[in-house]
Design a binder for this molecule. Structure first.
Ligand SMILES: [Cu+2]
Length: 214
């Protein structure tokens, strides 16, 4: 009996803690230049995983009349705040299907906290300053990361299994969606070639002597 319990205990330990894997996603354009601000996500095929919503809200700041960060990735249910650190008012809004909202003109900490409760991409703008744009990528998987200036994003603590890998970027010309298998102790790199549309954002020119946007 004691031996049986020992075997069962060992079996439980082995099942409850499979060795996690790591996938490093590297995004490059056709010229080989690293692509930053891409969101890489891995979704376990066939079995939804529990999501851990951050206790504290995530902040997307407005500073120097720009949003920061430009791209933010969160799980469904995450609360986001939009502190305005400028001395001019901003009017943050979204008309995206995944989250429609607006926070009328304010300076400092906005009274409202926005809950991103549906998966999808939400485009943020400011009603006063047309050039201000940012994105919130709302995901229903706990495995995601944003590429850094070297085009690299590490997805760690991956339970072994079959995953769908998706890569999103504001200017991506074609969807990146592929399947891959993560085995125990895996440490692999996926190099993703992405083609970006031209950046058509209107750049702010505060000293150009044009209209007074304040
Ligand atoms: Cu503004």
């Amino acid at each position: 009996m004691r031996r049986l319990i020992a075997i069962l205990t060992l079996a439980c330990l082995c099942r409850s803690a499979p060795a996690a894997g790591i996938v490093r996603v590297v995004t490059r354009d056709p010229a080989g230049t690293p692509v930053a601000d891409a969101v890489a996500s891995l979704t376990l095929v066939g079995s939804p995983e529990a999501l851990t919503v951050p206790k504290e809200p995530v902040a997307i700041v407005q500073r120097d009349q720009e949003f920061s960060p430009y791209v933010t990735a969160v799980v469904v249910g995450t609360r986001v705040v939009f502190p305005n650190r400028d001395t001019v008012q901003h009017h943050v809004y979204s008309v995206s299907a995944a989250k429609k909202f607006e926070i009328p003109l304010y300076i400092g900490d906005a009274a409202e906290t926005i809950v991103f409760d549906r998966p999808g991409v939400v485009t943020l703008g400011c009603n006063i300053h047309d050039w201000m744009v940012a994105y919130v990528v709302v995901l229903s998987t706990p495995h995601f990361a944003k590429t850094d200036s070297g085009g690299s994003a590490d997805l760690t603590s991956l339970p072994p299994g079959r995953y769908r890998l998706e890569v999103w970027h504001p200017r991506l010309s074609a969807k990146v969606d592929r399947e891959l298998t993560v085995a125990e102790h895996d440490d692999t790199t996926q190099v993703i070639s992405v083609t970006l549309r031209p950046d058509r954002r209107i750049r702010r020119a505060p000293d150009a002597g044009g209209a007074d946007y304040r």
